[in-house]
Design a protein around this ligand. Structure first.
Ligand code: PMV
Length: 334
């Protein structure tokens, strides 16, 4: 029997026998919001998805990471200027990922990571974090690997990180290979100057179910999961075409339907995976009231209570005044 692929075995095939670290290496990766969602893994070790997904990267909002050789011989990590201790879960995740590359080589590293996402936006930083780390590792160790390979590596840190190695609209292809190397993202190479994202932060009192646990539970217990896979395939194609044709109505409708269907599927898991708070539902109603008044605004939501709005520049002032707590992002610059 052939051995199952592991992160280390897949990545190891792309590494030289001895790594040659260079001068400090820095990389930036943007955060991203999925318009067609990834929810469910076919292989947990490699974060291989059951369905393909498509996102918009958030321009300058993301993560900057710098790697250099540690002078005092011990690994160190700072996050937004604060040093983290070795028992911090984020520290452990970062160095577990770096270890996939340095293997048994003695290369103590000083890693500095800075998020440019406003804390008020309440966005998760694992996608931009693992993408920036992967890009910085590529430079630091002079690996010179192409973006699709780096996207597949970033995916092993966090699924949605596969999309954050690119800017603009990005599709993550689910792939079929057992080693997952065809499960990487590519950019759509199209810009949409007027496209806007609004992030409405609502209070979150409850502890979040992390995406890994939420996905596993949904795949294993939701009777709607089969249906979700069929719909996600269809939405992916609708959303891709709507972006290429700059058809905002079709894009907004399909993205909102996709997000709500993903949440319906999660809620039908047992125990239920429900990320919404009462305020989340209030924001949803406000979005639908605005639509009834002729404003083209659509919503999407991820593994948390915040609501993300999709709209065009012409409606920016209306959106800003309708929602108290809305951070507006122009993914292609103003
Ligand atoms: O990459 P993860 O494990 O954080 O999962 C991301 C899941 C969603 O944000 C809900 C959907 C997506 O495609 O980004």
């Amino acid at each position: 029997m052939t051995k199952p692929h592991t992160k280390a075995s897949v990545i190891g095939r792309y590494l030289p026998a001895q790594l040659q670290p260079s001068t400090p290496a820095s990389a930036f990766a943007p955060s991203n919001i999925a318009l067609c969602k990834y929810w469910g893994k076919r292989t947990t070790e490699l974060n291989l998805p059951i369905n393909g997904s498509l996102s918009i990267s958030l321009g300058q909002l993301g993560t900057n990471t710098t790697l250099k050789l540690a002078e005092n011989g011990a690994d160190t990590l700072s996050l937004n200027g604060k040093n983290l201790l070795a028992d911090n879960p984020f520290y452990q995740k970062v160095f577990a990922f770096i270890d996939l590359f340095r293997r048994s080589q003695n290369l103590p590293i000083c890693a500095e990571t800075q998020n440019t996402i406003p804390t008020a936006a309440g966005l998760a930083s694992s996608a931009s974090g693992f993408a920036a780390l992967t890009l910085a590792i590529n430079d630091f160790f002079n690996l010179n690997l192409p973006l699709p390979v780096l996207s597949a590596f970033a995916r092993m840190g966090s699924g949605s990180a596969s999309r954050s190695v690119y800017t603009g609209f990005v599709e993550w292809h689910k792939g079929t290979q057992a080693d997952g190397m065809d499960s990487h993202a590519t950019a759509l190479n199209t810009t949409w100057q007027d496209f806007r994202i609004g992030i409405v932060q609502v209070s979150s009192a409850e502890k979040k179910i992390n995406s890994r646990e939420g996905m596993n539970r949904t795949v294993n217990t939701s009777v709607l999961y089969q249906q979700w896979q069929t719909q996600a395939e269809r939405d992916l194609s609708t959303i891709r075409h709507a972006i290429i044709n700059q058809d905002f109505t079709h894009l907004g409708e399909a993205a909102e339907h996709n997000a709500l269907s993903m949440h319906a599927t999660m809620i039908s898991a047992y125990p239920p995976v429900l990320y919404w708070q009462p305020e989340t539902i209030a924001v949803m109603h406000t979005v639908w009231q605005l639509r009834d008044k002729g404003i083209a605004v659509y919503l999407t939501m991820d593994a948390g209570p915040n609501v993300k709005l999709l709209f065009l520049q012409q409606d920016e002032a209306t959106i800003q005044s309708a929602f108290d707590n809305c951070t507006i992002i122009a993914p292609f610059g103003k």
